[in-house]
Design a protein around this ligand. Structure first.
Ligand code: C6P
Length: 405
């Protein structure tokens, strides 16, 4: 079913503001998405009507807040087709989820073990594994890139061996938009007995992953990339892994019993949820999933691919403009540079014209090193963007080129 984009845009109050005297064109969706009124209302309703701590009180407000938070966990479970509700761990976001797993593996790895990451990773899927290698003596191996920004799959197969304990790959690259063949990556890793963590920070706003079908061992994402609030996300782990991993943080609500001699830990998911969580955020995450599902992921994917095709075609008409990330499977992200012009300068000028894009290395410096560039201009599109906004971007980039050449 086709999207009614104008109607959808009415759900997003921020899209009606002006920036520097121009109607806002928000094309920084890969950094964070905008929030529909339905999600904003959910947060306001929580704080105005039943704000209370959860899992701790017998009073009515605490029960209401606990129920809403646990309903949100069930919405996440259903959305990602997760077998058990207690395989859903609330986190503060993707970065938190990855660090939780990396920390947990400290006790399982030793010298001689190997961890594989891809050359397409965000820093949050590189640095925690480097730290894990430093702690354990394990070695980090990297799947290299083709010139078009796709992974060299045959090199991945070469890297796999009985020494491989873990494989970490993002579902979609934030810097280039490349969609990785994660089903094949997971299958190959499992053949050598390695566990796989998929970083879904960029994918969840575009596709609806079926985690049981994918059979990954861990999956992490952030609510703020998918119309939800910041500061909340989820870690999925297969039950056997979550049972094996030690807790990441100690504190309230993650215990069964505490004495000065010995502490025993709570059952899943609470073992990994120490301290007061982002309650409003978790409930808002559930509302965001509901919102996106009401629109429908097939319709979103179809429309975003039209935006991508049109924007790619129009941008490539600009002489000297080069797009990085030109693989066959791409999401609606366009990373580009114009010969002889620094990406920051383009970003600054288009902002003056009301257009928000991200410039720089996008927390993925190894990709920039691969292309031997300081960074790119990144325009990332969401289902609430329009073809007219693509035209505004193209005309602003042309203007920037004229001013800076
Ligand atoms: N990428 C971007 O502009 P957090 O910050 O924990 O919500 O997400 C981290 C993260 C991890 N993996 C990938 C693939 C990501 O894209 C991100 C966040 C944003 O591209 C902000 S740096």
């Amino acid at each position: 079913m086709a999207l009614n984009v104008q109607e959808i845009r009415n759900d997003f109050p921020i899209l009606h503001r002006e920036v520097n005297g121009h109607p806002l064109v928000y094309l920084d969706n890969a950094a964070t998405s905008q929030k529909p009124q339905q999600v904003i209302d959910t947060l306001v309703h929580y704080y105005s009507h039943y704000n209370a701590n959860i899992h701790r009180g017998v009073h009515t407000l605490s029960q209401e807040a606990t129920d809403a938070y646990e309903i949100a966990r069930k919405k996440i479970q259903a959305h990602f087709n997760i077998r058990h509700t207690h395989e859903v761990i609330f986190t503060s976001g993707t970065t938190h989820g990855i660090n939780l797993v990396a920390n947990g593996f400290s006790s399982f790895l030793k010298e001689g073990d190997e961890i594989i990451v891809s050359a397409l990773e965000h820093h949050s899927n590189i640095v925690p594994w480097q730290m894990l290698c430093e702690r354990t003596g394990a070695t980090l191996k990297v799947i290299p890139l083709n010139e078009n920004g796709t992974l060299i799959f045959s090199e991945y197969e070469q890297l796999l061996s009985s020494a491989t304990k873990l494989v970490f790959v993002n579902h979609i690259s934030n810097a280039l938009g490349t969609i990785n063949p994660i089903a094949k990556i997971i299958e190959k890793a499992h053949e050598v007995g390695a566990a796989v963590l998929i970083d879904g920070a960029q994918s969840c706003s575009h596709v609806k992953p079926d985690l049981q079908a994918l059979d990954c061992d861990f999956y992490v994402t952030s609510a703020h990339k998918m119309c939800g609030p910041t500061g909340v996300g989820m870690l999925y782990g297969k039950l056997e892994w979550l049972n094996k991993l030690p807790p990441y943080q100690g504190g309230g609500e993650m215990i069964k019993e505490v004495t000065f001699e010995k502490t025993t830990y709570a059952d899943l998911p609470h073992k990994f949820e120490a301290g007061t969580p982002n309650i409003a955020g978790g409930i808002g995450f559930g509302a965001a999933l509901e919102y996106l599902n009401n629109i429908g992921f097939e319709a979103i994917a179809q429309y975003e691919s039209e935006l991508l095709a049109y924007a790619t075609e129009e941008l490539l008409k600009i002489e000297g403009l080069k797009i990085y990330g030109t693989g066959p499977d791409k999401t609606s992200v366009i990373s580009f540079n114009i010969e002889g012009i620094h990406p920051y300068d383009i970003g600054t000028i288009v902002d003056k014209l009301g257009i928000a894009v991200r410039t720089g290395h996008h927390c993925a410096q190894p990709i920039m090193d691969f292309y031997q560039i300081p960074g790119t201009v990144r325009a990332s599109f969401a289902f609430y963007n329009t073809m007219e906004e693509v035209d505004r971007l193209v005309s602003a980039v042309k203007k920037a080129k004229m001013m800076l050449s």
